[in-house]
Design a protein. Structure first.
Length: 90
C-alpha cells in the first residue's frame, strides 16, 4: 500500500549552521527577537510498504544512503498517511 512519510534532516549539535546564522541575523534586523535559527530539510516521500514499520525502515535506509550525512546530520521519520499519496498543490 502507498504510505507517505516525512523525513526531517538537520545538523547535529555542535555543527556550524551558516544559513541559520544568516537567517537569525536577518530576522533580528527586521525587528524579530530571535536567539537562533537552525535550518534543515524536510522530505515528503510516497512509498510502497506493507505496514508503517516497513515504511519507516525504508525511509531510514534512504537517509543512510542519500538523504542524510551520518557524520553531521540527524534525521527523524514520521508516517503522515496510509493509503493516500501526497497531493501536490499549485
Amino acid at each position: 500500500m502507498t504510505m507517505t512519510v516525512k523525513v526531517e534532516v538537520r545538523l547535529k549539535a555542535g555543527y556550524f549552521d551558516p544559513e541559520g546564522d544568516v537567517t537569525a541575523k536577518s530576522l533580528h534586523d527586521l525587528g524579530f527577537q530571535v536567539s537562533g535559527v537552525k535550518v534543515g530539510k524536510v522530505y515528503t516521500i510516497d512509498l510502497e510498504a506493507e505496514d508503517e514499520r516497513e515504511a519507516v525502515a525504508a525511509a531510514a535506509e534512504m537517509c543512510k544512503k542519500l538523504l542524510a550525512n551520518p557524520t553531521k546530520d540527524d534525521f527523524s521519520i514520521e508516517v503522515l498517511s496510509v493509503g493516500e499519496a501526497f497531493q501536490k498543490h499549485g
